[in-house]
Write a protein that binds this ligand. Structure first.
Ligand code: BJW
Length: 242
């Protein structure tokens, strides 16, 4: 049996499945990934901009990156990979499938997925650096650092930067879902950013079957029972079709 057929067989027998997704899933929608040659913005690496220190040092530079990314994302729609996952959720039923996404683009929701845990936040949320004020907006053409209408502190994007805590309830939900799953799909992530990357090891420790989909090998590959090499937008519709 080839790897795809074996993966389909494993999934068909699973009542509870979790997918951990990363930037590679949205790449075929036209959203650049973080790492690799496409992951550059001006002369900066994402690791230099996605930190609280970068924001404190030059908030306008960081906001310019996020305005640029919002604009890029606003032009993108879900690809066949997102859609295959949403259709799979509909077939699995309410507790049968959870997406744990590192992506902040909202494309899982646009595709129709409902059980989505966005562990790195949401690029369309703006929140205060000082008080609890936050709101959802579509601003993408700004040339200044927005200030909080409640306390006048700088506002920031509602995402999780390096060195920051993940939203605890969302993260706890992700761990619970993986603990209950019989199959973990690891899709389009370099598996280098923790704690998300640790979900694969957590699954392995309890004999959950792991299926990885990526263009290249990653640190998760040696833990995977099956590695499917190629574009997620091509593999997922085949893997998850009825
Ligand atoms: C395709 C494809 C196609 C392309 N088809 N595939 C343990 C060990 C070491 C360090 C740490 C540790 N624990 C914590 C740390 C520190 C740090 C960390 O991980 N550092 C490492 C980098 C060394 N982590 C943190 O600081 C985190 N906070 C934390 O741990 O707090 C404590 C805590 C723990 C537990 C609970 C609560 C609190 C925070 C991490 C925040 C990461 N933030 C970012 C920015 C988000 C906002 C934004 O979008 O601007 O998240 S960084 C960036 O990386 C972004 C991504 O979500 C994340 C992961 O990237 P991803 O998705 O994997 O993308 P790429 O580009 O790396 O990979 C794309 C992949 O797709 C590639 O493999 C391609 O081959 C593939 N691909 N096209 C299939 N068509």
């Amino acid at each position: 049996m080839n790897a795809l057929a074996e993966a389909r067989r494993i999934l068909a027998a699973a009542e509870r499945v979790v997918a951990v997704t990363g930037a590679g899933l949205s790449a075929e929608s036209g959203i650049p990934t973080f790492r690799g040659p496409e992951g550059l913005w001006r002369q900066y690496r994402p690791e230099q901009l996605a930190t609280p220190e970068a924001f404190t040092g030059d908030p306008l530079l960081v906001w310019e990156w996020y305005y640029w990314r919002r604009e890029r994302i606003s032009q993108c729609v879900p690809n066949p990979g997102h859609i295959a996952l949403a259709e799979f959720e509909a077939r699995q039923g309410p507790n049968g499938f959870t997406v744990v996404t590192q992506n902040v683009d909202g494309l899982h929701g646009s595709a129709g997925s409902r059980q989505v845990l966005a562990i790195h936040g949401d690029i369309w949320i703006t929140r205060c650096t000082c008080c609890s004020y936050q709101f959802r907006d579509r601003k993408m053409d700004g040339t200044f650092v927005p200030l909080c209408p409640e306390c006048e502190a700088p506002l920031r994007p509602g995402v999780v930067w390096f060195g920051e805590d993940l939203p605890h309830l969302v993260w706890d939900g992700a761990v619970r879902a993986v603990n209950r799953a019989q199959v973990l799909l690891v899709i389009g992530t370099s598996s280098v950013v923790y704690p998300a990357a640790g979900l694969t090891g957590l699954a392995k420790n309890q004999n959950t079957r792991v299926i990885e989909i990526n263009l290249v090998p990653t640190p998760a590959s040696p833990l995977a029972d099956i590695v499917l090499t190629g574009q997620s937008g091509v593999i997922l519709p085949e893997l998850l079709k009825k």
